[in-house]
Design a protein around this ligand. Structure first.
Ligand code: AMP
Ligand code: MG
Length: 421
């Protein structure tokens, strides 16, 4: 086996992963359960909204015709027949010289063609009858929410592949959808490799470290919309690595390993790929951190070999695995949303390769700023907790000055981008 690996550009690595055919499965869940999931079908409006003429204000429902002669100096008085609140329906008809007091959201009574806001009127009781004073002319339909004004019957409400946020939940509830077709969460297997790894509850021992990547990846998988399936940690032996990978491949839709992917004496992922008959998609990428990030296909399963270095593992997941998961979820904008921001600090670091720096955004005086969320070394965990984006620093430069505009990939965004650019 040769130790030399030819680096490919990041976009080429992304493309190779995305070219692997993925299938999406659907399931029905209750509307309550659908928050945070992804719609599997286009959803249409089964009826218009509003579906009856509605009052947008507290006021009086009148016949506009009656106000023809009304003006600042020529008030008219209409008899108020009664009051309706939201949810009530006025049984009678409003005649030309009559009005019905109406509350926001109530159905406009028959015969009424306009609403006047309560603030513009005056009410008076004379000889046991209530009258309302109107000092302006109303147009037909004025202040009446029309049928279908918000949404027409049969209209496309939300596309399949849409992330169900609070607004989408409100929209679906408006039409009474009790259950919602969503994409099944892809099951993403996670395997941590390394003799040095301790489980969470274990005491520190000389030379050992806690396995943080497994938990980081589980959180990343959840954030991407998928379901993590953790297969535990495996020691640096060929047999156990192959064994757990075979199991993970059987039980999940996509397999992530962390560690053991480089050229070290105890890095068994490349050999495991061979033993599993996997076809290598890439094993070296022109980027920092995570240049050893690898991917392969075995049967119809995609395997990502992420670096063991925490930051490299983090970045590798977001750049390569996340868009695949989003595709499995039928989302047509699978890539991280890219924006531009101004560097807040100098970053002095010469590098031939693109750098993806764990960073955080800030906003001030109409500008978006970005700065590293901690020290930028791939073995550092501390910079991960504060990161809400990755600053993209193109390779081939000696460093970057505060004030320069750089690309930034958003990590907590649900919108995404349709293409990688
Ligand atoms: P490797 O990619 O296996 O060569 O590991 C690279 C570095 O990352 C080494 O310092 C490992 O100890 C560390 N590392 C590997 N796996 C993990 C993990 N699951 N959690 C935290 N650090 C890890
Ligand atoms: Mg290792």
């Amino acid at each position: 086996m040769t130790l030399f690996r030819k680096p490919i550009p990041v976009e080429e690595a992304v493309k190779r992963g995305m070219e692997v055919q993925q299938i999406t499965k659907e399931e029905m869940v209750t509307l309550e359960e659908s928050a945070g999931r992804v719609l599997a079908k286009d959803m249409y409006a089964p009826h218009p909204v509003p579906w009856f003429l509605r009052s947008p204000y507290d006021g009086y429902a009148v016949n506009a015709e009656a106000t023809k002669a009304a003006g600042e100096n020529s008030p008219i008085w209409l008899e108020v027949l009664g009051t309706i609140g939201a949810g009530d329906v006025w049984e009678g008809t409003v005649e030309i010289n009559q009005a019905v007091k109406i509350m926001t959201g109530a159905a406009v009574p028959k015969g009424a063609t306009a609403i006047i806001m309560r603030e513009l009127t005056l009410e008076e009781v004379r000889e046991g009858k209530t009258y309302v004073r109107i000092k302006r002319r109303l147009k037909d339909g004025e202040n009446v929410s029309q049928i279908g004004e918000d949404m027409k019957e049969g209209q496309l409400l939300v596309h399949k592949g849409t992330f169900i946020n609070a607004g989408v939940a409100a929209l679906l509830a408006t039409f009474g959808y009790e259950t919602v077709p969503v994409c099944k969460k892809p099951r993403v297997g996670i395997i941590a490799t390394g003799n040095e790894l301790l489980n969470l509850g274990e005491e520190l021992q000389p030379g050992k470290i806690r396995n943080s990547n497994a938990y980081m990846l589980q959180a990343q998988v959840i954030r991407s919309g998928a379901e993590p399936v953790y297969f535990g940690k495996v020691g640096d032996t060929f047999e156990s690595t192959v064994q757990v990978m075979e199991k993970a491949m059987k039980e999940t839709d996509l397999v992530l390993t962390t560690g053991g992917v480089s050229v070290g004496d105890f890095d068994y992922i490349p050999k495991a790929y061979e033993a599993l008959g996997a076809k290598l998609l890439f094993n070296k990428i022109a980027m920092r951190p995570g240049s050893v990030t690898s991917a392969a296909t075995a049967g119809d399963k995609l395997l990502f070999g992420l670096s063991g270095n925490p930051s490299a593992c983090y970045v590798g997941f977001e750049l390569f695995a996340r868009p695949v998961i989003r595709t499995m979820l039928n989302m047509d904008k699978p890539y991280l949303q890219k924006i531009q921001a101004m560097l807040k600090t100098d970053i002095v670091k010469a590098n031939p390769f693109n750098r993806y720096v764990r960073s955080k955004l800030s906003f001030s005086e109409g500008r978006t700023y970005v700065e590293p969320s901690g020290r930028d070394k791939s073995n550092m965990v501390s910079s991960l907790a504060g990161a809400n984006c990755l600053a993209v620093l193109p390779g081939g430069t000696r460093g970057w000055e505060a004030g320069s505009i750089v690309d930034v990939l958003l990590l907590d965004d649900q919108e995404g981008m349709a293409i990688w650019e």
